[in-house]
Design a protein around this ligand. Structure first.
Ligand SMILES: Nc1ncnc2c1ncn2[C@@H]1O[C@H](COP(=O)(O)OP(=O)(O)OP(=O)(O)O)[C@@H](O)[C@H]1O
Ligand SMILES: [Mg+2]
Length: 267
């Protein structure tokens, strides 16, 4: 592809993301009870755990959608705890949501272009789509968007309303929208949810390819096999606490992990 998707790799032993002792409660319910972990540049870190374990809450805390009662979050050695979502996005941390967020009424291309708002620092997405932009700026946006669409296999649908696409393709639109601005850290909340086995396989190769290009990813998913296949390391959350951490080969047979999931099946 002709756009530069490859990330610059800065050699550093500082974790890209460091999360320390996060606590969060909702109306007395302790959703997170002291969660700490690190994510290094260029790795895909998996975060798995049964329903309600607190996975989305962790993403919400990192991205500033929620604030922790206790604990701290550092990004590239700088503390970001309590910053607004917009400030955190500007630092290069982007997320996708557990439920697909497609802007209906907009085409696939427009949906992907919306991801450029961080780079252009335009707060209102309309700015990207109306004619007030300089022609040259606009054409470079479109060039990049087209390259991204091709990379995600969405080019043939570029001008169709995004909501008319099959669900699996809509999930790819959302990923393309996150990747277009070249984030330093991508937080993916259940990107495989609702995908067919074939679409799941395509997602695996897409994620592996993003890793090869140097992207750093926190991957939350219920599809444990997918997470174990794609990730360098995996952390396991149950009832708001990390119960295991390690490479996929060890996580696969960790009795605490098996128990957490068996508990879910019995429930
Ligand atoms: N905004 C909120 N208000 C009240 N309770 C919440 C809120 N967000 C999360 N919770 C509760 O906190 C706990 C952790 O929720 P969270 O969504 O983080 O879990 P999860 O691991 O992402 O689950 P799932 O796998 O079902 O997506 C759950 O008991 C949930 O009901
Ligand atoms: Mg969740």
């Amino acid at each position: 592809m002709h756009c530069s998707l490859r990330k610059q790799t800065k050699a550093s032993s500082t974790p890209l993301l460091k999360v320390e002792n996060l606590h969060k409660s909702f109306r007395g319910l302790k959703a997170l009870k002291g969660v700490s972990f690190e994510l290094y540049r260029g790795e895909i870190l998996g975060l798995i755990g049964p329903n309600g374990a607190g996975k989305t809450t962790i993403i919400n805390l990192i991205t500033g959608f929620l604030r922790p009662e206790e604990g701290a979050i550092w990004f590239e050695g700088e503390e970001i705890t309590g910053l607004d979502p917009e400030e955190i996005a500007k630092k290069g941390i982007l997320r996708t949501f557990q439920h697909v967020q497609i802007f209906s009424g907009l085409s696939v291309l427009e949906n992907v272009l919306l991801g450029l708002t961080r780079k252009t620092e335009r707060k209102i997405w309309h700015d990207l789509l109306n004619t007030s932009l300089q022609k040259r700026e606009e054409s470079s946006f479109y060039e990049r968007a087209e390259a991204i669409l091709a990379y995600f296999g969405l080019k043939k649908w570029a001008s169709l309303p995004a909501e008319s696409l099959p669900y699996g393709e809509q999930r790819r639109v959302v990923l393309a929208r996150a990747v277009i601005s070249n984030p330093d850290l991508l937080l993916l909340d259940e990107p495989a949810a609702g995908l067919s086995p074939q679409e799941g396989k395509e997602l695996v190769s897409l994620l592996k390819n993003l890793k090869e290009k140097g992207f750093s990813i926190l991957l939350v998913d219920h599809d444990v096999e997918l997470v174990l296949e794609v990730c360098d390391r995996v952390i396991v959350l149950a009832f708001g606490e990390l119960i295991a951490e390690g490479p996929p080969s060890l996580i696969r047979k960790d009795p605490r992990v098996l128990e957490a999931y068996l508990g879910e099946e019995n429930a």
